[in-house]
Design a protein. Sequence first.
Length: 305
Amino acid sequence: MATDKKKTLVVVVGPTAVGKTATAIFLAQHFATEVLSADSRQFYREMSIGTAKPDSEELKAAVHHFIDSHSIEEEYSAGDYERDALGLLSELFAKHDVVIAVGGSGLFVRALTEGLDDLPKAPEGVRDRLNEQFQKEGLLPLKQRLLEVDPAYYEVADIDNPQRVIRALEVYEATGNPMSYYQKNKVRERTFDVVTIGLNMDRSALYDRINLRVDRMLEAGLQEEVRSLSEFRNKPALLTVGYAEMFDYFDGHISLEEAVDKIKQNSRRYAKRQITWFKKYGNTTWFEPEQLDEIIQFVADKLKA
């Protein structure tokens, strides 16, 4: 007797600038399907240059979802994304046997494929105090504190993202337990199969690509984009690489040259942590970006299994 075969979500992950967008589009065209972004900053309409969003030609090449879907004025969490993306997937799977997801935000990828852990809420005032400390002293003391109380989470977290660091310290101060204590990796059952493709390349080549991408962002008008967002500078999405350094420059704390160097350095550090995260995450099979034929064959074999 014939049985209904499960639908499949193919997830493309990897470090910044490795070529995830191009690979996701290639897969979407091959399987005649659509793409879900799992990048925590590309949701925001006002943030384009510094987030390396797909350009107009790439958006024409395949239908994308969760690109420019929200305003920076809205709060949009990984939990919100999990709910909305699963709802959209149920609609897409009514039309397609395969859907592509792509992104380098480990937390949002995990929200989509496994579900998030139920983290305790901190008493009122804890986050405000930590935010105040961040505003007065900067991120470094908070990062050092996180390293002391939760070295396991520190190793894989995006520790240059104040929102992530403050949330982890908030959990610790509220409960006495580190964030890693609550990350039990309890996978919530999904109605679809997940095939995860990891993209990586020689480290020096990746770093060259990152540096070149930052140079191109500057040429495309990164300074102007960041300046236009000044009134929202304390929003979590803007406390991230490419934006935080530019605000430091605007405030006169560093020169433009130092800001650009810091963006490149912090982007390289972020890429390294992304690789660490995704190597620990799920059943990721790794390829180099140019191995498109091998990736297609791998996915095709998984679909037949």
